[in-house]
Design a protein around this ligand. Structure first.
Ligand code: IPD
Ligand code: CA
Ligand code: CA
Length: 265
């Protein structure tokens, strides 16, 4: 089994870098892109860049591992019950991408029998590849990465927040109020996948978002856990198809502090 995972790990490192470079060339010419809105939400956009990058990734996987399933944000799913299933967000942070901001990335995860066994997030603008394999630790390019100091509490760093119009504003406001009241502070960069990678890299203390889809966060959740942090199970309650809340923190103490704020709304 390890060999099958290893093969997919090595393959995805090359694939995510290729996909990232293609996304980067779209980014550098983003003024030429025609932008569409999804489901009438003007903040939820998509362009040819998202669709082309996903098609390239999906075709490459189908050629190399035809027996594997696939779930992608732009092209849907097939073979979810197969032994291996790939979960892909071709561009996470589409809004920053289209607006010329810097927080966007490619996110690829691999499921093996209901466990996330590979998680990769690539930030082409900064040439940073965050990657992890279940049980083998997490890396930023070639260096091991670890979450912030295990003794940290909610006042000791920045908490990334995410929000979309999939959930009502009332869900996030009480959380924000409690975070600030307890002496914490937040940032929102517009890419949940990259924010989770930043938790794993020890740059953010934690990340919370009331609802994310699996393609936004499956890779990032494994990165955080393999870097020594704590994260909820995105796959619980049919999360693979419906998504879930996302809470990932540098350590168990910060996780519990934020989880209380999340529950006591
Ligand atoms: C979004 C980003 C954003 C998060 C949203 C996601 P997209 O993904 O991760 O930070 O708050 O929940 O939908 O649309 O840029 O791929
Ligand atoms: Ca996304
Ligand atoms: Ca996306």
């Amino acid at each position: 089994m390890d060999e099958k995972i290893q093969n997919r790990y090595a393959f995805s490192i090359d694939l995510i870098k290729q996909a990232g470079n293609i996304a980067l060339s779209y980014y550098l010419n983003r003024n030429e892109l025609v932008v569409e809105c999804k489901k009438g939400d003007k903040q939820d956009q998509v362009s040819l860049a998202d669709k082309t990058v996903e098609t390239i990734i999906r075709k490459a996987i189908a050629k190399q591992f035809p027996e594997d399933g696939f779930l992608g944000e732009e092209s849907g799913y097939a073979g979810l019950d197969n032994e291996f299933c790939w979960i892909v967000d071709p561009i996470d942070g589409t809004s920053p991408f289209l607006n010329g901001l810097h927080a966007w990335c490619i996110s690829i995860a691999v499921l093996y029998k209901d466990n996330i066994v590979i998680g990769m997030v690539f930030d082409p603008l900064h040439n940073e590849l965050f990657h992890a394999q279940l049980g083998a630790g997490a890396y930023l390019n070639n260096s091991p990465m670890h979450t912030i100091n295990p003794a940290a509490n909610v006042q000791d760093g920045l908490v990334g927040l995410g929000m979309s119009h999939r959930v009502p504003p009332d869900i996030i406001l009480p959380f924000l109020h409690q975070l600030l009241t307890k002496g914490g502070m937040y940032v929102r960069n517009g890419s949940g996948a990259l924010s989770l990678a930043q938790v794993a890299a020890g740059r953010l203390l934690a990340y919370y978002e009331p609802h994310m889809n699996c393609w936004d966060c499956a890779a990032g959740m494994l990165l955080v856990r393999e870097a020594g942090g704590t994260a909820n199970n995105i796959l619980a309650n049919n999360g693979l198809l419906n998504g879930n809340f996302v809470l990932a923190a540098a350590n168990r103490q910060v996780y519990q502090q934020l989880d209380l704020m999340r529950i006591l709304q």
